[in-house]
Design a protein. Sequence first.
Lengths: 423, 465
Amino acid sequence: MIVEIKVPAFGESVTEATLASWLVNDGDYVEMDQSICELESDKATFEVPAEKAGVIKIIVEADTDVEIGVVIGSIDTSAAPAAVAAAPAAESASAEAAKPAAPATPGTPAAPSNGESYAAGHPSPAAAKLIAEHKLDAAAIAGTGRDGRILKEDVERAIANGANGKSAAKAPAKSSPAAPAAPVTANAGFSRETSSKKMSRLRKTIAGHLVNAKNNTAMLTTFNEVDLTEVIALRKQYKEIFKEKHGIGLGFMSFFIKASATALMDFPAVNAQIDGENIVTHDFVDVSIAVSTPKGLVVPVIRNAESLNLAQIEKAVYDLAVKGRDNKLTMEEMTGGTFTVSNGGIFGSLQSTPIINAPQSAILGMHKIQKRPMVMGDEIVARPMMYLALSYDHRIIDGKEAVTFLVRIKELLEEPMKLFLEI
Amino acid sequence: MKFDVTVIGSGPGGYVAAIRAAQLGFKTAIIERYPTLGGTCLNVGCIPSKALLDSSEHYFNATHHFKEHGIDGAVSLNFPQMIKRKGEVVDQNVQGIAFLMKKNKITVYHGHGSFADATHIDIAKDDGTTERIESDKVIIATGSKPASLPFINIDKERVITSTEALSLKELPKSMAVIGGGVIGVELGSVYARLGTKVSVIEYLDRIIAGMDKDLGKELMKTMKRDGVEFHVSTGVTAVENKGNSVLITAKNKKDEEVQMEVEYCLVSVGRKPYTDKLGLENIGISVDDKGRIPVNEQLQTSVPGVYAIGDVIKGAMLAHKAEEEGVFVAEVLAGQHPHVNYHLIPGVVYTWPEVAGVGHTEQELKELGRAYKSGKFPFKASGRARASMDTDGFIKVLADKETDEILGVHMIGPRIADLIAEAVVAMEYRASAEDISRMSHAHPTYTEAFKEACLAATDSRPIHL
């Protein structure tokens, strides 16, 4: 039996994805549930598992935009793994011998119905011309014609989507025959090569979201700084016991997320969102945490952070970070969030103005902890300091609210006992 | 004057190249040594021969089939009128080309063009003057002219080529046709239908040798029935003009000398590329052993900026092949990347029944060792063909044994020259025989025979057989 491999629906708003890579080769034998390819959506990368065991036939090449439901390959379940197939040769031979006795069924199409048509990927004459002119790889274009033939419109779509090709030959030269352009003179010996690579879908989406947030909100940033002496002391004192008890290290993130969640409960506007002409408030805090992955920044969500204890938050952060790194985050894990915490400090950032993760209304930027001379009483002492930045949407959050919210976080972190006493 | 593109020769390759170049925005000129545009095809080839084929077909029907259709009455042949009408058809067509040149703002030069250098062409005009024009790019489309054999003197009186055969003053009582290729059988068929005793002498063992064997066999059968005599495997050794007749000496299969005396001898042993006084030596182009101009994949000659298309380069000497190449070069000059699918240029013979083929012949598939299956449908079984009394011929479809992809289509029968287009479309899209079998073909038409042949090829299941 031939089982089609289709692009699965993996989120309500997702209609298109990029077939980022095949994890198996054409003709490979795969086990059921083995990951066979990677799909990259707006939000993340997913691995598609094999529905059945069998031999893979790749129809759509990697690095192609695909719509949900499109057939990208097939699995021939009747085929056996290569190693196994070779062994019982005698058996299959006798089976073959028995076969011819059965007469051909009347009306059986002569064309082989198993697997892909010989014509799949065959471009029509007009399509072939476009492919040549745009230096496209025909194998990378999904043919939507009968049996996978590549139609003119398929190539036009591939060009519109900025397919793998370089820019086309220019429009027909008017009034004078095309002549090769004179090469730009450059310093000999220095490379002036540029290379152009298609933006990943994730990168395109990130770009769109960021510009959208910048353009559609009244965003500004307020700063403060926090003295982390107490947090550091707590970590030092209870690090080992904590790890023993909870099976996870006690980091800084849990303090910041807990402090944020606590403050957000006190300042519902910072935890709210604008939805058209309405303001939506939440009586829960779902904190999105910015996780850097090989493919770009993703923001998975810790649900009900206001109700979690530090150990539960640490575990959640760890799990999401690992999944992000391995491209294993699910759509569900990436959706929602009422507030975002972003830690640029791990890369050494001292100050920054983060961009709101729309439609949220505020984002907390953490930075590098640095010992700085601080005046305590009348003395100058070295204290482990971190600048805090809160970017917020002024349309919904007043300046006073934003500043006092940030001060509240500062207090909760400078006197962590307040976190536990909930004061 | 300075042009972007200049085309030398205004046949179907040349004038199409000029129009396409003009469409693409090039300032274009075309040079023609004859007074009228259109080249061999329009003046002394496809169009006039088709005009005569149609006229002779009408006459043949009137004298052979009308009675059966229920039309009585005597008809007589007015041969000069037939030639005159042919002339009018040619005139209308060449005027059409002149109009198209004007419409596309293409400058037309009448005179013999030759290269001074790669970008300058001297045009020797009828009035003895010479004009030099400059052009960035030049497309050579000078075509071909009838070839002969070394021992034959073509006197254009009794020993003639296709050109003269299209403008004879009288209807010959007898005619020998040397060469059973496309041109020979077409013109032989014209005169046979008008009542001339036609004998075709062919060196090979079959006629229209480039096409699938079955087609030649069937065509010979129908032409023989219509009174044409065939001498295959027979090599002409001498042709002598005796004043009012021609004496032809040949050696047959058994190496016996045979002689025949006829009123006219048509020499149709092929065509050769025409590059006389083109000044190729001035730009360093030398032709190959067959007189053709060597070109690369872009149809560019060894001289950058100088291109060549049609009969003057390699490949089938067909008007529609030249047209494709004309468009191809113009688009290449504009920086586009067109294609010419040489494998799917149909070959057509305008006899009646017409003959056409595209893709691989059965013989080629055997040589290639390709596993194929064949489906054939005879026009005898076609309702439409019976209605018009055109029951000669068949359509044969060759398909890949495994995939069912159509690999070749070979047809002989009524309106086949038009029908072959469907096979070309199917093959350009790599259709399977079953694909065609599953497409509706209007009834009653000749095209149904193609569908039936596809059904036969797919699974040996034609409906009407």
